[in-house]
Design a protein around this ligand. Structure first.
Ligand code: F6P
Length: 537
């Protein structure tokens, strides 16, 4: 990161140390308006942050000094910015709705393939939804089970919940990810084999969890329907690995492909979204892509001072690197977004959880923050205490929708009142004087005082729709991208998950072999021995 720019940011932090968010509001009546903007159906109010115009200018300089504009173009135009895997990063091509767009990788336009897959997905989901696609015994499909993990699970799960109001209510959707047999077993209890479609979602088609669950599901289906021929009618694959799909026994006619330039955690708008498309229909799915695309265009063209993903990224960096904030909270005030924090967790932490910069040196600053969150108002009765009065600085994003899909009495007014009130309480707090003025006994004043000055962003949309969901996901994707550029880390590889995968294979051998190797450390050997004894090996 540019040290000169950081000197400026640090000096502004020092100068502002005495200026609380409350004072910043008091001295600037236009503040709320100035530090707000709209893009792709979302309104962002970032005025409740520890910033003023000078700070925003300095932060924008940080983006400029990292050549952000050039880096954005590199991504959108298919340059191989995922250097350690020698891959382009083109999830933006998946939702490029311009019918004339051309995007090249290795001299080949990828857009015809994107459009062709989308159209095949559309035809297939139409057939499943209408009942034209029949199972092996001639029954229509009622249950869809997506088997995948990580990016092949979290996106579909999150979006299926988020877009429930648009879903086909006479069908049921399940998502099996964990290699814990309970996950599959409990799902199998809910479904009937003749009416079930299994979608095996795996970019590599080698992931242990997914392949183990898929094999077990295939055995279950064959046993229930009495023939291996049933597999063709009840299994489809979403993958980049044609050979592995065929080896598994899935007809490659029933495979929906994507490409190595789609990262797992960015793959929702690829074939990985098939379960969602079956649920909400191809038209709504197109609207989702349109929402993504609107945010993509905003991100690519808006100047940094008015660029929503850039602003959110810069604010995150201010707190992580300027104030030492270690974590960051995503708080959707919409039950349909209940899995959005978990989805963002993978997207952000698997992307920017890196301690080595692009030159291979250990970074001297903190990178990807710990990300967490729960839907409001549940979090208020759980961990908000720590955000309000604890010792950690935890910047928060509050996300809300002005209209609900389910109006019941004044519940929605109450929900939104809570959202707005929390951002107010966090920013402005309650001083000791205010407590005393309210008659709080002196001995309780320290406990009832709220420091305030806690930074929040508020994101508002009129309604959660396929389009606004797409835009929201793209907003967070691009935020992560910008932070990776400024931190100078490779955001699109994930070598950190490999070691555990490799070691698990060796441990599995030792759990099941006649005699364990005893080659591990003393603790691991002891755990293996205890497990073996308990299961009678
Ligand atoms: O957790 C590592 C990871 O590679 C993720 O990046 C990916 O989303 C997940 O595993 C699943 O991979 P696949 O789609 O190849 O099964």
């Amino acid at each position: 990161m540019d040290e000169k720019v950081w000197e400026k940011i640090d000096s502004l932090i020092d100068a502002n140390q005495t200026k609380t968010i409350k004072e910043l509001f008091a001295s600037d009546p236009d503040r709320a308006k100035r530090f707000s903007l709209e893009a792709a159906g979302w309104f962002l109010d970032y005025s409740k942050n520890r910033i003023d115009s000078a700070m925003m200018k300095a932060l924008v300089k940080l983006a400029e000094s990292a050549n952000l504009k050039t880096e954005i173009e590199k991504m959108f135009t298919g340059e191989k910015i995922n250097v350690t895997e020698n891959r382009a990063v083109l999830h933006t091509a998946l939702r490029n709705c311009d019918p004339n767009a051309k995007v090249f990788v290795d001299g080949k336009d990828v857009m015809p393939g994107v459009r062709e897959t989308l159209s095949r997905m559309g035809d297939f989901s139409d057939k499943v939804r209408s009942g034209e696609w029949k199972g092996y015994t001639g029954k229509r499909i009622k249950y869809v089970v997506n088997i995948g993990i990580g990016g092949s699970d979290l996106g579909p799960v999150m979006a299926n919940i988020a877009l429930t109001p648009y879903s086909k209510r006479n069908m049921k959707f399940f998502f099996v990810s964990n290699v814990d047999s309970t996950h599959l077993a409990e799902t199998l209890r809910e479904i009937k084999a003749p009416e079930t479609l299994f979608i095996v979602a795996s970019k590599t088609f080698t992931t242990q969890e997914t392949m183990s669950n898929a094999e077990a599901a295939r055995d279950w289906l064959v046993e229930k329907l009495g023939s291996k021929d049933a597999v063709a009618k009840h299994f489809v694959a979403l993958s980049t690995a044609e050979k592995e799909v065929a080896e598994f026994g899935i007809d490659t006619k029933n495979m929906f492909g994507f490409w190595d330039w789609v990262g797992g955690r960015y793959s929702l708008p690829s074939a990985i979204g098939l379960s969602l498309m079956i649920s909400i229909g191809r038209r709504n799915y197109s609207k989702l892509l349109k929402g993504y695309w609107k945010m993509d265009k905003h991100f690519r063209t808006a100047r940094f001072e008015r660029n929503m993903p850039v602003i959110m990224a810069l604010l995150g960096i201010l707190y992580a690197n300027g104030y030492g904030a270690e974590s960051y909270c995503i708080l959707p005030y919409d039950q349909y977004l209940s899995r959005f924090p978990a989805y963002c967790q993978q997207m952000d932490m698997e992307s920017n959880g890196k301690c080595v910069d692009k030159q291979g040196n250990r970074v001297t600053y903190s990178t990807g923050p710990i990300e967490w969150g729960e839907p409001g108002t549940n979090g208020q009765h759980s961990f908000y205490q720590l955000i309000h009065q604890g010792t950690h600085l935890i910047p928060c994003d509050f996300i809300g929708c002005s209209r609900t899909h389910n109006p019941i009495g004044d519940l929605h007014d109450k929900l939104m009142a809570n959202l707005f009130a929390q951002t107010e309480a966090l920013a402005f707090g309650k001083s000791a004087e205010e407590c005393r003025a309210e008659g709080v006994p002196e001995e309780l004043v320290p406990f009832k005082t709220f420091e305030g000055n806690k930074p929040t962003n508020t994101l508002l949309t009129d309604e959660l729709t396929p389009e606004t969901l797409g835009a929201l996901v793209a907003l967070y994707e691009h935020k992560v991208f910008v932070q990776g550029v400024i931190w100078n880390v490779y955001s699109y590889d994930q070598w950190g998950v490999q070691l555990g995968k490799v070691l698990a294979k060796g441990v599995l051998n030792d759990l099941t072999a006649k005699k364990p190797s005893g080659k591990h450390d003393a603790s691991t050997n002891q755990l293996i021995a205890r497990y073996r004894a308990a299961v009678g090996r």
